[in-house]
Design a protein around this ligand. Structure first.
Ligand SMILES: [Zn+2]
Ligand SMILES: [Zn+2]
Ligand SMILES: [Zn+2]
Ligand SMILES: [Zn+2]
Length: 591
């Protein structure tokens, strides 16, 4: 319906005609250039799969990309989910999966290969035709061209207007190819809707979950639960894309151009533009709940060897096997990426029969239960009932997320809230019960925040000494009114570590880093990835400060924890191993 409205309204149809002719012009340009496109350009091919870990024990015979240690379950309340079939140990690789399809986030288009998402090095190559898309190697360029870019290349005027998720839905159809889509729709009697069957959705009759198009088609849409406004907007987008893109990509009689020999029934079945539009709409509805952010850990705020690690979104992809996992706010696994390959590792031991859950984003170590529950319900339409959400630990958690003041009577945590224009502080220790106006303390914290801003600015301008003075003043203020492991206090320690390192005082830097590392351990837990990155930072400072024995202890913990989260081949693990070797040689030299 949306499609026919678009076509009939003169204003809309003008826009659509304009876009169509822009695209046609681009595609004619493409024909001129396509002969220049030399697949045998003399460049090195980047091999796929280098540096990838291996699945724990063995490949699963039925779950594609999974280890034999896992199995699939399906109940009405949980939907499909993964559980442990055998004993799983911390660090075991449970899933190793390339995306069914993925799209680079536009802001990374000049820094990352648009096909494999690796960082671009010096010998960047662009698409020979549009010159807009960048690749790391010939193999990426060829592969991208073959799978989707030969269509997308001239669709650029349309793609520029699309949300990332709509682009991903379109690319999903392009990489699947007309034949797959036609066979799929045909096998469902011409209806692109989900068929209900007794089997686990997405599995073949003999229980195989192959990660192919039918698995992708079976990912949840939550159509009944999505807000009407979202559904209307999906429908309009789908109609618009169908009108502009599919005629261009597949021609007006899409399936007739394909060869047929009459032996297969589906070859006489023609896929209409409407069929394709329905498939697109179906996939667009899946996107909010099934997109995986492809991330990389990057160093930020680097100063003389001290940095913070941050997860950055590089691309968005569809990973049908990883999508089988349900959510928990205190997950059992960590998901990381090597290029575009998704790696799922257990972060603790899991007993046979126990569910394997990962975190969709709202994590108990970063958000209060209230915030998590509301985010999950809004995007994924369920009320989380994970162990973190059921436990009473949450009250305690909140003190960490909000500013935690010191009670002058008993030193416990005071929580401050605005009441009738006053900052009312209440001691959380039930036996103490101290209540008072904390406006003075709140002002101290505000002033300290200003000082912190000034200090960071002077550090960035290379004025280390000035920075150190300001930070010390800031620290004094915060320490007077805030708890020892409050996050503002931890942030000051972290900055003091960076500042001291920039001045060459690694011992003092290590002292402060130790404090912020302990805060991170308390906040995120002693097995967390956040703590692992802090240990790496601390090890570096202890190493530079020649605090050998302490450095060796921290290096051991860092190696163990980083290996659990990222595997033994992770660059940071190798760096720590080298540090350990150097230190051991140094100690041998001394005795
Ligand atoms: Zn590449
Ligand atoms: Zn191109
Ligand atoms: Zn939860
Ligand atoms: Zn108190």
């Amino acid at each position: 319906m949306a499609g026919s409205i678009l076509k009939q309204d003169p204003w809309f149809s003008d826009i659509i005609e304009k876009l169509k002719s822009d695209i046609k012009a681009k595609s004619e340009l493409k024909c001129e250039h396509v002969n220049e496109f030399d697949p045998f350009e003399n460049r090195s091919l980047r091999e796929d799969g280098i540096g990838l870990p291996t699945l724990a024990k063995d490949k699963h015979p039925k779950i594609s990309n999974g280890s034999v240690l896992i199995e699939m379950g399906c109940t009405k309340s949980q939907g499909r989910y993964l559980k442990a079939k055998e004993q799983i140990k911390a660090g075991d690789v449970l899933i190793l999966e390339k995306p069914y399809t993925a799209v680079l986030v536009p802001e990374n288009k000049n820094t990352h290969c648009s096909h494999c998402f690796e960082l671009l090095e010096e010998d960047v190559m662009s698409c020979t035709v549009c010159k807009k898309v960048k690749y790391c190697s010939v193999s990426c360029k060829l592969d991208a061209w073959k799978c989707y870019h030969k269509h997308e290349c001239s669709l650029e005027p349309l793609l520029e207007m699309l949300e990332l998720s709509s682009h991903l839905a379109l690319r999903l159809l392009l990489v699947s190819g007309l034949k797959t889509l036609r066979d799929f729709v045909h096998s469902r009697g011409g209806c692109a809707d989900l068929l209900c069957s007794d089997e686990i959705p997405g599995c073949t009759t003999d229980g195989l979950y192959s990660g192919d198009y039918s698995c992708v088609h079976n990912l949840v849409t939550n159509t009944d639960l999505q807000p009407t406004a979202a559904l209307v907007s999906f429908a309009l987008d789908a109609a618009c894309i169908t009108e502009i893109a599919f005629g261009h990509v597949y021609g007006d009689h899409s399936s007739q151009s394909e060869s047929r020999n009459g032996t297969n029934d589906s070859s006489n079945f023609a896929l209409t533009k409407e069929n394709l539009g329905c498939l697109l709409l179906h996939h667009m509805q899946q996107m909010p709940c099934n997109i995986h952010a492809v991330t990389a850990i990057v160093s930020v705020n680097e100063q003389a060897g001290v940095w913070s690690k941050e997860q950055r979104r590089i691309a968005a992809g569809i990973y049908p096997t990883a999508s089988l996992m349900n959510h928990a706010c205190d997950p059992d696994v960590i998901v990381s990426f090597i290029g575009r390959t998704l790696v799922v590792r257990a972060t603790h031991n899991i007993q046979p029969g126990e569910e394997i859950a990962h975190c969709y984003g709202p994590s108990a170590s970063r958000m209060s239960r209230e915030v998590r529950q509301s985010l999950l319900q809004k995007q994924y339409f369920f009320i989380c009932n994970c162990s973190a959400c059921k436990s009473d630990k949450d009250l305690e958690e909140q003190y960490i997320f909000d500013a935690s003041y010191i009670c002058p009577k008993c030193s416990s945590v005071v929580k401050v809230s605005r009441e009738n224009d006053k900052n009312m502080g209440k001691c959380q220790n039930a036996k103490c019960g101290y209540v008072n106006d904390f406006s003075f303390e709140v002002d101290v914290v505000k002033n300290a925040q200003k000082l912190f801003g000034l200090a960071v600015a002077s550090l960035e301008q290379g004025q280390g000494v000035k920075c150190l003075e300001t930070l010390k003043e800031c620290f004094k203020k915060r320490q007077n009114v805030l708890q020892r492991y409050d996050k503002d206090v931890a942030e000051t320690h972290d900055a003091l570590a960076r500042c001291n390192a920039s001045l060459g005082d690694f011992r003092q830097a290590a002292f402060h880093c130790e404090q912020s590392t302990e805060s991170v351990r308390r906040r995120f837990g002693s097995e967390s990835v956040e703590y692992a990155h802090e240990l790496h930072k601390l090890a570096q400072l202890l190493f530079n400060g020649k605090l050998t024995n302490k450095a060796l202890t921290v290096i051991e913990s860092g190696i163990r924890l980083l290996t659990i989260h990222y595997g033994a081949k992770y660059a940071d693990v190798e760096e720590l191993q080298n540090m350990r070797k150097t230190l051991r040689n140094f100690m041998k030299g001394k005795t």
